[in-house]
Design a protein around this ligand. Structure first.
Ligand code: FAD
Length: 273
């Protein structure tokens, strides 16, 4: 059994743990810079000789692996939480409300891994594989402007402070959340309503259609706790909710709840830290 692990940042070490649980050797492939998904997927599918192709369920993994699975004519097994056996995996479904067990009889397993569900394993010592993207499309990347976040990265931060629609404006979102995040060395997250209202950038969205996070501490401020938001954060180890409505659904998953006005409570909390 030989597995090809497609590397993508810090999540790679977590995906390696899942890859090792398949048994056998693991080779690692660094994605070439400025490679588009279509030609790269073709090159990886053409490599041959692998029993499994594994990547973290990051944007890169989610971009590449469905294409590779389609080219190999096998099923994609996405966002796994557990390797029960080399052909059997546990993964969330219905926005994380159910966990299904999937057994695959495909000759090649193509799998994306939820990084937060596996501890990291050091990736040094793995055999490195390289590919050049196949020359199959008319498109190429001309330039890329990556945003530099000031604090820790949302996907791997130990603490996340997230804000919702209740902040009412980008000014309030920034002026209340940034000082709190700085004191806690936390990453900032947001509900979709906050992102849609322009308070926070798209890549800060937590939830079913945003990032899945599982930090040691998640503080949800002015967030109601809609099922689609919970899908992205309910595996957090400790959840704190600040909300003026004692009936807000977020309190059903919170370990600690503070009922009150965020515009009073957040500055008070920040000043006491
Ligand atoms: P609201 O639901 O408006 O809640 C605001 C909360 O703030 C309320 O609970 C209120 O009591 C509280 N509040 C108000 N004023 C104060 C105050 N002064 N102090 C303290 N608390 C206060 N949502 C996501 O977050 N992530 C996703 O990935 C996502 N994906 C989706 C995918 C689909 C297909 C669909 C249909 C929806 C998705 N949503 C997602 C949207 C989701 O259903 C909710 O609409 C959204 O999460 C609500 O955001 P919110 O909690 O910030 O806003």
């Amino acid at each position: 059994m030989t597995t090809l692990l497609i590397a993508d940042g810090e999540a790679t070490a977590h995906a390696l743990t899942a890859a090792l649980r398949l048994g056998g050797d693991v080779h690692i492939l660094e994605v070439p810079a400025n490679a588009l998904a279509e030609p790269l997927a073709q090159s990886i599918a053409d490599l041959g000789g692998y029993d499994a192709i594994v990547a973290p369920a990051t944007s890169t993994g989610k971009n590449l692996l469905p294409r590779i699975a389609a080219l190999l004519d096998v099923m994609l097994i996405s966002d796994i939480l557990e390797v029960a056996a080399p052909d059997t995996f546990r993964r969330p479904t219905y926005a994380g409300n159910a966990i299904e067990t999937v057994q695959s009889s495909d000759r090649i397993k193509v799998v994306t891994v939820r990084a937060s569900a596996f501890p990291p394993t050091a990736t040094h010592g793995l055999k490195a594989v390289s590919v050049a993207p196949a020359d199959t499309t008319l498109s190429r990347i001309v330039s890329e402007d990556a945003q530099k976040a000031a604090g820790p990265e949302l996907g791997s931060a130990r603490i996340v402070v997230s804000g919702g629609r209740a902040f009412g404006s980008k000014d309030k979102f920034d002026s209340l959340l940034i000082p709190l995040a700085e004191k806690l060395d936390a990453a900032i997250g947001a509900s979709r309503a906050a992102v849609d209202s322009g308070y926070a950038a798209n890549d800060l969205q937590v939830g079913q259609t945003g990032k899945i996070v599982a930090p040691d501490l998640y503080i949800a401020i002015g967030i109601s706790g809609a099922i689609q938001h919970l899908a992205g954060m309910k595996s957090s180890k400790v959840i704190v909710a600040i909300n003026s409505d004692p009936q807000a659904p977020i309190f059903a998953v919170a370990d600690y709840g503070l009922v009150g006005d965020l515009f009073t409570l957040v500055p008070e909390l920040t000043s006491k830290l």
